[in-house]
Design a protein around this ligand. Structure first.
Ligand SMILES: [Zn+2]
Length: 284
């Protein structure tokens, strides 16, 4: 469970500001009015759990790209030689086998302990159980995920070819939902609020975003797979992602109180989108 201080760290960016937090006013929380940033801050203080993306951004706060890597949107790795967002001709998808399954080979670092391995494999199983994706220990395959406890929780977008690192730091990234999130990046998915049609479903509160993090809220030209916008996606930023002063940066519309993001793992729509992208209902 995240400590209260960790939660406050996400809320306000700097732990040193935590002492200035207003005392929660229980009489003001349920008045049903949408009127100010304070309202949302109170709502956040009522929560005792962070969602998957909140946790990732907390762990990655000081993430800097090592050796020729940059990071977009907090946790998508990109080498300078390769565009991180577009996959022309679906070149970044994993190959489908003749038996209808998509086998994604992986290696797990020996630095992980048994509990870490169970957590990561649960994240894999949560995807595999609802789709035609199968994560399999690498034997001889040339293209595979090299899962390591480097600094931070991050992945490349889609298949890069050859060995590709997917970092799940321990213990910070040891939630099965975080593993599923990074694995979905490796399958080719961007963050839900980056969708080309997101402005119909969320308002981005630009003035509340840390100025040097505004680039993380760009929209992308995305294939939305004829799927509805999914506030419950494990790929959705939290309401306070990259907030400068504790105010919300993403507000659902038209209903601002719809919960966004979660920590359990892929949503039903996440699984549906994997099935559509990889033609899971169709065998070759
Ligand atoms: Zn991500």
């Amino acid at each position: 469970m995240p400590s209260t201080m960790m939660l406050l760290g996400v809320l306000f960016g700097l732990l040193t500001q935590a002492c200035t937090l207003p005392v929660k006013n229980s009489t003001g929380v349920h008045d049903g009015k949408v009127r100010s940033k304070r309202k949302y801050s109170d709502e956040m203080l009522d929560r005792d759990e962070m969602n998957t993306m909140d946790q990732i951004l907390e762990v990655n706060r000081r993430l800097r790209g090592p050796r020729g890597l940059t990071f977009r949107e907090g946790d998508i790795a990109s080498s300078f030689a390769r565009s991180a967002i577009t996959c022309p001709g679906n070149a970044c998808m994993w190959q489908k086998s003749v038996d209808g399954f998509v086998y994604v080979p992986f290696m797990l670092s020996p630095l992980y302990d048994d509990m870490d391995r169970i957590t990561i494999e649960t994240g894999m199983q949560d995807i595999a159980s609802g789709t035609c994706i199968k994560f399999v220990p690498r034997t001889h395959q040339a293209d595979f995920l090299d899962i390591q406890p480097r600094y931070g929780c991050w992945s490349f977008l889609g298949q890069t070819g050859g060995s590709q690192v997917l970092s799940l730091q321990t213990p910070g990234c040891m939630w099965s939902g975080v593993a599923s999130h990074e694995l979905m990046h490796a399958l080719g998915f961007v963050h839900e609020q980056s969708r080309s049609d997101r402005d119909q479903f969320v308002s981005i509160v630009w003035r509340n975003i840390m100025p040097d993090q505004i680039h993380n809220f760009r929209k992308h030209v995305t294939n939305n797979l004829n799927s509805p916008y999914d506030y419950n996606s494990v790929m959705h930023y939290g309401r306070y992602a990259f907030s400068e002063d504790g105010g919300p940066t993403i507000i659902p519309r038209p209903d601002p109180y719809v919960p966004i993001g979660q920590r359990d793992g892929p949503s039903n729509l996440d699984l549906h989108k994997i099935n559509v992208l990889y033609n899971c209902g169709v065998t070759n």
